[in-house]
Design a protein around this ligand. Structure first.
Ligand SMILES: [Zn+2]
Length: 253
């Protein structure tokens, strides 16, 4: 039983407990090329949150990891079989209810550990931060926390070499042989501005990629995944430790 994982601990441990920081991992359930499981983002969220919290706990930080929310925003994948979608407004309602509990129970710092590119918590953190002025709310995208080029050969952002390597490290029994994976080729928009960083539209996923992946997974390996996992959890753990110890009313110098 890990005392920093809410799903595993018990009332005996918790009735007099006092945590400084809650962590809410948030994933998605969606197709990941031909070879990775639909729960890829959930598996990543579970493991990255748990290992980072273990390191933080070992350092004395009082952190508690809430159960991972398994569904994310998949509005652009409506025609991909059994990609599950939570609308942003539903996500907002869930987040608000979670924050309401934490606020009432006196845990005034929350880190949303995001594992899915379609989830965008920033506007929600703005609105809920205004409403719950006693709470410190923040969000971290683990997949943006490190320079991927230092770990992987091929670029990508969905079921790519990075995610495939992570899953080969974390859950190899759920990864099909890489010969069965598609190449994850991404089709670019005919509208030039949309291929740059300053204009955006939701991409109908099935028109952007044939195999649902973006990024070639063929050079993935468990060794690369392990190296990345260790680096990403060490970085996340340092953030958790800092957050847990921070005075939320005195954060700027
Ligand atoms: Zn993913």
């Amino acid at each position: 039983m890990r005392p920093y994982i809410l799903a595993e601990t018990n009332w005996k441990n918790l009735k007099d407990a006092d945590f400084d920081l809650a962590i809410l991992p948030w994933g998605a359930t969606e197709a990941h090329n031909y070879h990775l499981p639909y729960a890829t983002d959930v598996i990543e969220a579970d493991h990255i949150a748990a290992e980072s919290a273990r390191l933080a706990w070992k350092d004395g930080a009082r952190v508690i990891v809430l159960p991972t929310i398994p569904f994310g925003v998949n509005t652009g994948q409506a025609d991909i079989y059994l990609d599950m979608n939570l609308n942003p407004s539903t996500q907002f309602a869930i987040l608000k209810d979670v924050i309401t509990v934490l606020n009432r129970q006196g845990i005034h710092k929350l880190l949303i550990l995001n594992s899915h590119g379609g989830n965008n918590f920033k506007p929600m953190v703005r609105e809920l931060g205004l409403e719950f002025s006693n709470m410190f709310l923040c969000v971290a995208d683990w997949f943006k926390s490190l320079d991927k080029n230092q770990f992987f050969d091929e670029d990508g952002d969905h079921a790519d070499e990075l995610e495939t390597s992570l899953l080969l490290h974390l859950k190899p029994e759920l990864v099909l042989p890489l010969e069965e994976a598609g190449l994850g080729h991404e089709k670019k928009s005919k509208l030039k501005a949309l291929n740059e960083d300053w204009a955006w539209t939701e991409r109908p996923w099935s028109q952007v990629t044939d195999d649902t992946g973006i990024g070639n997974p063929k050079k993935a390996s468990a060794e690369k995944g392990e190296k990345y996992f260790q680096a990403v959890t060490q970085k996340m753990a340092r953030f958790m430790i800092e957050l847990a110890r921070a005075d939320k009313d005195n954060l700027y110098e």
